[in-house]
Design a protein around this ligand. Structure first.
Ligand code: NIG
Ligand code: FE
Length: 420
């Protein structure tokens, strides 16, 4: 199922604003004089999947968008914010990160950049540091990386456990994660715990038993690293099935380092997302294209492990819904920057700037099965960024430049950078 950008252009749909706009109270706030507004509603603006409106305005009431359209037609409101010809985009939806950790893996990165390969085993280093950290230190770390992400335009973020690997440490990680975000994933099956290195079956029993019971109350999702050196297809199926029985919905680290069963399993179990998707057979691509499982691409990991890029073009051309996220973690992708991932996806993965922007907003929302975020239309949560640029294309065109100058989340300006 593809809800992503296609090469279609529908001039008949260019008469925004839409009939979907709600009645506007004068107490609302209008952001006017927007050079270009990405709505992600193809019935608006230029009729492309981005629903791009030029010379636009957005009206916010409380935590919601109530009106979008041409700036000259904006309804009267008591509060007006002049965007000064900047672009406005929906807040990024980063549907894949690992923020509950302590320490870093600088030495491992250094070794990799001197030619060593990435392997799942490095996770043990972070497990040891995370177990040794206090709750306060872990929480402060999550807050730090969420702050970084927010200042780069991220307004919704998923994050996981996976660096505890005991009942207490996994439950603790999820409890801390849930204090910071609604999108929390239980990843007790990140690797076989070092405490059970000789008996992986016993660890799977723990992950699907006592650990699941302790973790499920804090989580919405369950994830497995399905990979050589982590969990095989049968183990992954057992873990995700047990999670489903407890009301958690599956997502999978699939086909990152090698070909394998992860993607097919994701489709079989109706996982919301198969994440990484770096090594795919034609059958894998076909299975994704005929499913409601999103392929979440994480180019920060390929950048940081000097691995081959996932082929976004192949997935998009097959009709797969693609999301783009950071995978922020200290081992394989220590970046909280969605703009960086957009630039990589455009430069190296065959995505157009429009497709990359869609995947980092609406695509991320699809990977979290959310309809209230990832778009700027009446009824959506008022999550948006102002860019110090006339259009979203500059995110890829001006890589590494901090273009996000203002971020609003749930109708509140959460970040206002310098320069405006
Ligand atoms: O998504 N692949 C598994 N997990 C992380 C890496 C975690 C780590 O190396 O610490 C990932 O890339
Ligand atoms: Fe990951």
């Amino acid at each position: 199922m593809n809800t992503g950008p296609a090469a279609t252009n529908n001039p008949a749909a260019s008469s925004a604003p839409s009939s979907a706009n709600s009645a506007v109270a004068t107490t609302a706030t209008a952001i006017v004089n927007i050079a270009s507004l990405v709505t992600n509603d193809p019935s608006l603006g230029d009729g492309t999947p981005l629903g791009l409106i030029q010379d636009a305005a957005v009206v916010i009431d409380g935590d919601r968008v109530v009106w979008v359209g041409e700036s000259s037609k904006a309804p009267a409101t008591d509060n007006r914010v002049d965007a000064g010809g900047r672009a406005v985009i929906p807040g990024f939806v980063d549907s894949h990160s690992h923020l509950v950790f302590a320490g870093d893996r600088t030495a491992e990165f250094n070794a990799r950049m001197s030619g060593q390969a990435y392997a799942a085993g490095g996770i043990r280093t972070t497990v040891a540091a995370t177990r040794a950290a206090s709750d306060e230190a872990l929480s402060a770390n999550v807050a730090r990386y969420l702050g970084e992400a927010l200042r780069q335009g991220t307004t919704t973020i998923e994050t996981k456990s996976g660096y505890g690997l005991t009942v207490e440490d996994e439950a603790r990680a999820l409890r801390i994660a849930a204090e910071h975000t609604d999108e929390v994933t239980y990843l007790g099956a990140h690797i076989v715990s070092p405490d059970h290195a000789d008996d992986p079956a016993a660890y799977v029993a723990l992950v699907t038993g006592e650990m699941l019971d302790a973790c499920a109350p804090y989580a919405r999702w369950i994830d497995v690293f399905c990979e050589k050196g982590a969990f095989d297809g049968d183990q992954a199926r057992a873990i995700l099935t047990a999670g489903k029985a407890k009301g958690l919905h599956p997502r999978i680290h699939a086909n990152q380092l090698s070909y394998g069963p992860g993607v097919q399993l994701a489709v079989e179990l109706d996982a919301a997302s198969a994440d990484h998707c770096t090594h795919l057979t034609d059958e894998d691509v076909d299975a994704l294209a005929h499913s409601s499982t999103v392929a979440t691409l994480l180019p920060g990991a390929e950048f940081s492990t000097r691995a081959p890029w996932p082929d976004a073009r192949r997935l998009l051309d097959a009709g797969v819904t693609v999301a783009l996220s950071t995978d922020c973690n200290p081992g394989s992708s220590f970046t909280s920057s969605v703009p960086f991932c957009i630039a990589l996806a455009v430069r190296d993965m065959g995505m157009t700037p429009d497709e990359a922007l869609w995947s980092a907003t609406a695509g991320g929302a699809a990977a979290l099965r959310r309809t209230d975020v990832g778009r700027l239309t009446a009824g959506a949560r008022a999550d948006l960024s102002l860019l110090d640029a006339p259009s979203h294309v500059h995110l890829a065109y001006r890589p590494g430049v901090p273009l996000v100058t203002e971020v609003w989340r749930a109708g509140v300006r959460q970040y206002a950078g310098s320069g405006h």
